[in-house]
Write a protein that binds this ligand. Structure first.
Ligand code: DOR
Ligand code: ZN
Length: 431
């Protein structure tokens, strides 16, 4: 079965035709024949967006999200591949539990991969595991019970060669100290004080030092402050194997949002200042921040409406990250070429995803078609995550995904989802 996408606008070329044969891109040029022809005229074609940081909550958090609803939100947001975090219930810290989780992904409409969780006592499992994108270390605690807070334990892990260590770098000791000192009230804004910028800086500093000692390759998740950008720049200049990501909420929301959203914008690491928003955007522009990854972390409205201390941290993001970034392209803050790099090409490279992240012959036909001129307000009705809310509701966005092809199948087409096609597990090259 061949499909021809006719008259595509790629970032750097106009009027290109793309042939897809059995899920693979087989020709790019001016070929005209195929079993099925779709005219893409006037729309821009991107390699499918890869979101390397999502929490789709199965197993254990099905009231918040599952693999069907999470992947519906993904595909409607132009995302064709996700990599899911291990802080499930039970956590994904042994091979048997990972294999059980693999079975739950049968409903996923997008391609998927997994991170495996490190603990203080699963080093043998960490050594054995394969077919994953990397090992997650929670240096500071967050949702779930994964935590490796002590340098000695982190170092023992990082001494294992050929692993991409993916790190939640908040300093646990400082979080605990701050929580004791800051008296609790019901104001969610104290979240940014308990987990203040020093918490994030110290976490990043510590793992950079440990990476120096062990020669490990590290990826820092969701950096949130200007200081982390500087620390990572310095480490990159010293030739450490370090990469990092930023999440949309740290680019587009700041501590001014507590007043309106309360616990709905409680997230780890927390929202910072407008200045940090700007420094992070600059970090992306300068190439110090390698990728955008959403940290899509849905929680129900009911859970978020509990008092500060009880409300879980996390914000749903997978459906809105591409629109938010397309809106930035339209504003002129970043270019469409940069967007492709940070949302598809680089995530594929960084996690060694085979045949993903490019529109090129031989690559998987994961393709996102966007209408750069489409204007629409983000509204509740369009949100497909099971949690059913977004802090970006009512924002007017210019630039929207209109079609999403996963493995050559048109799974999302202008508001409609075709659930007949399922995603598959990604494969990895050597790191
Ligand atoms: O705010 C967060 N929520 N940060 C994390 O690190 C985990 C996530 C979740 O799983 O809820
Ligand atoms: Zn996360």
């Amino acid at each position: 079965m061949t499909t021809l996408l006719k008259n595509c606008t790629l970032a750097n070329k106009l009027n290109v035709n793309i042939t897809i044969t059995d899920g693979t891109i087989t020709a790019i040029g001016n070929q005209t024949k195929a079993d099925k022809i779709i005219d893409i005229k006037g729309k821009t074609v991107l390699p499918g967006i890869i979101d390397s940081h999502v929490h789709f909550r199965e197993p254990g958090g099905e009231q918040k999200e599952d693999w069907l609803t999470g992947s519906m939100a993904a595909v409607a947001g132009g995302v064709t591949t996700v990599i899911d975090m291990p802080n499930n219930d039970p956590p994904i810290t042994d091979l048997a539990t990972l294999n059980k989780k693999r079975k739950l992904t049968k409903k996923s409409l997008v391609n998927f991969g997994f991170f495996f969780g490190a603990t203080t006592n699963n080093i043998e499992e960490v050594r054995k595991v394969s077919g994953i994108a990397g090992i997650k270390i929670y240096v500071g605690s967050s949702t779930g019970n994964l935590l490796v807070a002590q340098d000695d334990d982190i170092k023992k892990l990082m001494e294992i060669p050929n692993i991409n260590w993916v790190i939640h770098a908040e300093d646990e000791e400082l979080i605990r100290k701050n929580s004791q000192q800051i008296s609790e009230n019901s104001n969610s804004a104290i979240h940014s004080q308990i987990r203040n910028r020093q918490v994030a800086m110290k976490g990043v500093e510590r793992v950079i030092d440990l990476a120096k000692e062990t020669n490990a390759r590290i990826h820092i998740c969701h950096i949130s402050t200007a200081e982390e950008v500087s620390l990572i720049k310095k480490a990159k200049n010293a030739n450490l194997q370090i990469t990092c990501e930023v999440s949309p909420h740290h680019l587009f929301l700041n501590d001014g949002a507590y007043e309106k959203f309360g616990n709905f914008v409680k997230v780890n690491p927390p929202l910072r200042t407008k200045k940090d928003n700007e420094a992070l955007l600059k970090g992306l522009n300068d190439g110090i921040i390698d990728i955008i990854a959403t940290d899509h972390a849905p929680h129900t409205i009911k859970e978020k409406e509990t008092p500060y201390h009880d409300a879980p941290a996390g914000i749903p993001e997978v459906q809105t990250s591409l629109p938010l970034m397309l809106n930035e392209v339209n504003k002129g803050t970043i270019t469409i070429e940069q967007l492709i790099e940070i949302m598809s090409a680089q995530p594929a490279k960084l996690f060694s995803l085979q045949n993903k992240g490019l529109i090129a012959e031989g690559y998987d036909a994961d393709i996102t078609v966007v209408d750069m001129d489409k204007k629409q307000i983000i509204n509740k009705e369009m949100l497909l995550s099971k949690c059913g809310w977004s802090p970006y509701e009512n924002m007017k966005i210019t630039g929207w995904p209109v079609m999403t092809f996963v493995n050559g199948n048109l799974v999302y087409d202008q508001g409609k989802i075709n659930q007949q096609f399922k995603g598959r597990e990604i494969t990895y090259g050597k790191i």
